[in-house]
Design a binder for this molecule. Structure first.
Ligand code: G1P
Length: 309
């Protein structure tokens, strides 16, 4: 197939950011979990940077209550900028302005938290009749990975929708949407034949987990309007994509998967969040020289629980 067979370009990214963030209470009582810092940048900024790196500079945030700080973060902060300019602190001035100049950021409110599928449906008026990307903020993808760009390419070649798949340990499949897959002629591309949201380990169709990056055909909106609440009583994007996986191209199908073996950081729970912060700090030129020796020493002084010191 050639690009011209599926001409409509992916130009918009949708970032659901309406979750209650209960795993991080009380930090998330008045602050959205997307604004929790990974070192010194809120998690959601890495996500917007990834979208922009893949050529998507129209970003729609689907927000809920107490999300004002997200809007403020991607807006200008004139007083702060003025104060930094007066001190000739150009480096910090740049870091403050950077987030407001990254992308065209738009917002829509998800009135009630009815699940990821419902959050995506809230984007329908803004997205219109075009394929679009969905990026979940709990997953951060390494800056040197070209995952999203590859997914857009796969959409251009095959049409339909595309999910990112990563192989996980069997006891982790119940945390993810899980896919049954069949190979294509391309090593890193598969056809998705089944999708189950958070299956029990003995019911999982494979160990290939859907990580938080999607390219959706606009047909997903009509399917989501008809999708009943599924796992957890929520409208699941996974359930809508299963419908599309069973359709012909003329009806918005099929669904392909890009097999991803690169670097992904989970920030969705406390332990993985802590790992992510430490990993990012160790990769930072301005911090690693001081932080890494301290970390080594700290670990030496704190043998793991159960270890004989
Ligand atoms: C969501 C999706 C799930 C997907 C996961 C990736 O779940 O429903 O299919 O595998 O994101 O992070 P959540 O983690 O929001 O519960």
């Amino acid at each position: 197939m050639t690009d011209t067979e599926h001409p409509s370009r992916v130009g918009k990214a949708v970032v659901p950011a309406a979750g209650l963030g209960t795993r991080f209470l009380p930090a998330t009582k008045a602050t959205p979990k997307e604004m929790l810092p990974i070192v010194d940048k809120p998690a959601i900024q890495y996500v917007v940077e990834e979208a922009v790196d893949a050529g998507l500079d129209d970003v729609l945030m689907v927000t809920g209550r107490s999300k004002r700080s997200i809007e403020d973060h991607f807006d200008r902060a004139y007083e702060l900028e003025e104060a930094l300019r007066a001190k000739s602190d150009t480096q910090r001035l740049y870091s403050v302005r950077e987030s407001s100049e990254l992308a065209q950021v738009h917002y829509v409110r998800q009135g009630e938290p009815r699940g990821l599928g419902h959050a995506v449906l809230c984007a329908s008026a803004h997205v219109g009749d075009e394929p679009f990307a969905v990026l979940l903020g709990d997953d951060l993808i390494g800056r040197n990975e070209a995952l999203l760009r590859r997914m857009i390419q796969v959409r251009e070649t095959y049409g339909g929708s595309v999910v990112a798949l990563m192989e996980v340990e069997p006891d982790h499949v119940s945390l993810y949407g899980c896919a049954a897959i069949e190979p294509t002629d391309e090593d890193d591309v598969v056809t998705v034949t089944d999708l189950v949201e958070k299956p029990a380990v003995d019911q999982a169709p494979s160990r290939w987990a859907v990580i938080g990056r999607y390219i959706c055909d606009p047909a997903v909106f009509d399917v989501l309007r008809e999708t009943p609440p599924g796992r957890g009583g929520e409208i699941q994007l996974t359930d809508a994509l299963l419908q599309l996986a069973q359709r012909k191209p003329a009806d918005g199908g099929p669904v392909h998967g890009v097999l991803f073996r690169g670097q992904r950081y989970d920030t969705g729970n406390k332990i993985d969040y802590l790992r992510t912060v430490v990993e990012f700090a160790c990769e930072r030129q301005d911090l690693a020289a001081e932080f890494l020796p301290w970390l080594r020493d700290f670990v030496d002084r704190h043998p793991a629980a159960g270890d004989d010191a």
